[in-house]
Design a protein around this ligand. Structure first.
Ligand SMILES: *Cc1c(COP(=O)(O)O)cnc(C)c1O
Length: 419
């Protein structure tokens, strides 16, 4: 077990002043939520905004709303490599998951598979995911949809405030989704946001929201405890402690459609006060750290294509040369507290509860990502010394592999991902 300075893969700080305003807002749920929703509408340039207890809850409500509008459609198309919360929300909404493999360059839908999957009368919607903050191409998706009556639910859970070509991610789909969970760009110790400009979708979402439980006391102590834990234990000097507690299951990806679905609480809405400043600062630091990775990472490591201008990454993804490299690098990172992390443990087709519905060989890139993808931290706690250590670790490890490859096969630079 490690006691010293330890980075988390994706830290999002909460300050005392936010906790104070959260506590003051416990009994003012409605007005605090209205304030936050109004600010979000203005910022994102959207007419309707709804606040829920988590990103999963928000996605489930959006899907239930669409399903009520199109009762004869029940399939939801998502990338085969993404956060397990996405299929969990689909199953929770009583719908069926349809998968499209991802493209290794873009981490977006593989367009060759995509077109065929869209010709499906029972397709309710498509959910592009801006994974780790790498923008999925929503405009292109809309072109490929080519006038079909299939809405786009844009999963920007990881990237509130992130941009591509100067437009905010999460604003191009018919419905936009953001998460306020731990480790997302902005956190209110759990929370989810839906935005839309479409009045019919908004009305349907509102109907679903009105059916939800109206008690907000439930979970309040947990929320306050989480906020304090993030404040006190989320810092590098203390993070070894929560990481060592097995019951917190930090860093584990769990597939669980049994999550609660509620509206955002007053405490959570109050925590959001000052969010625009916080986001601006945090994206500034993330972009600086991203620049450093772009400049220093060894050429032998494959990395997905990022936008040329100011990429907005939650974590910086690279693809290891092979599974063994990832394993050895993660071992050293765990020992030294460097905050490297794998992505998701398997493709969506490999989740035990869903496995029976999919032929997993149809999603080879998703599977490779699950085995080889590694993320580097870009959050505000990452120091240049941390970056030096991580950079050296990756350089040495990649050089060693290349060397042994060259001596074995007398060929060099071909990356195994592209085999
Ligand atoms: C985190 C996340 C979600 C779910 O958000 P929660 O607030 O954790 O429920 C959905 N989609 C993606 C891509 C995510 O990263």
């Amino acid at each position: 077990m490690r006691f010293g300075r330890t980075l988390s893969p994706a830290a999002t700080p909460i300050g005392w002043s936010e906790i104070y305003s959260g506590l003051k807002s416990i009994a003012r749920r409605e007005s605090e939520c209205r304030r936050f929703a109004d600010e979000l509408c203005k910022y994102l340039g959207k007419r309707h905004c709804y606040l829920l207890s988590s990103g999963r809850a928000a996605l489930t409500v959006a899907l239930r709303a669409l399903s009520a509008l199109f009762p004869d459609k029940d399939r939801v198309l998502i990338p085969a490599y993404c956060c397990y919360s996405v299929p969990a929300s689909i199953v929770r909404a009583g719908l069926k998951v349809v998968l499209c493999d991802v493209d290794a360059e873009t981490m977006d839908f593989d367009t060759r598979q995509l077109s065929a999957l869209l010709d499906d009368e029972r397709l309710l919607c498509v959910v592009p995911v801006h994974l780790f903050g790498i923008p999925a191409d929503v405009k292109r998706l809309r072109r490929i949809l080519d006038g079909r009556d299939v809405p786009i639910v844009e999963d920007a859970a990881q990237v509130l405030g992130g941009k591509v070509d100067n437009s905010l991610l999460g604003t191009q789909g018919d419905i936009g989704l953001f998460s306020l969970g731990r480790g997302k760009p902005l956190t209110t110790v759990g929370g989810g946001i839906l935005v839309t400009d479409d009045d019919a979708f908004a009305a349907a979402i509102k109907r679903e929201m009105s059916r939800l439980e109206k008690t907000f006391a439930y979970g309040l102590f947990g929320q306050i405890a989480s906020a304090l834990a993030i404040k006190l234990l989320g810092v590098p000097g203390m993070f070894w402690l929560p990481r060592a507690l097995p019951f917190l299951r930090l860093g584990e990806t769990v597939y669980d459609p049994g999550f609660p679905i509620r509206q955002l609480s007053g405490f959570q809405a109050g925590l959001s006060r000052g969010w625009q400043m916080q986001l601006a600062t945090s994206w500034g630091q993330r972009r600086k750290n991203t620049e450093v990775w772009l400049e220093t990472l060894p050429a032998g490591l494959f990395r997905p294509k990022l936008p040329d201008q100011q990429p907005s990454l939650l974590r910086f993804p690279v693809v290891c040369v092979d599974e063994a490299q990832r394993k050895s690098v993660l071992k050293i990172s765990d020992r030294d507290g460097l905050g490297l992390a794998p992505g998701y443990p398997d493709s969506i087709a490999g989740i035990p509860a869903l496995k029976a519905s999919f032929a997993s060989e149809r999603y080879p890139v998703a599977r490779r990502m699950a085995r080889q993808l590694l993320t580097l931290p870009v959050h505000s706690y990452v120091s240049s010394e941390d970056q030096g250590k991580i950079g050296r670790l990756l350089k040495t490890s990649t050089a060693a592999i290349k060397e042994s490859e060259e001596s074995r096969y007398m060929v060099g630079t071909e990356h195994r991902l592209l085999d």
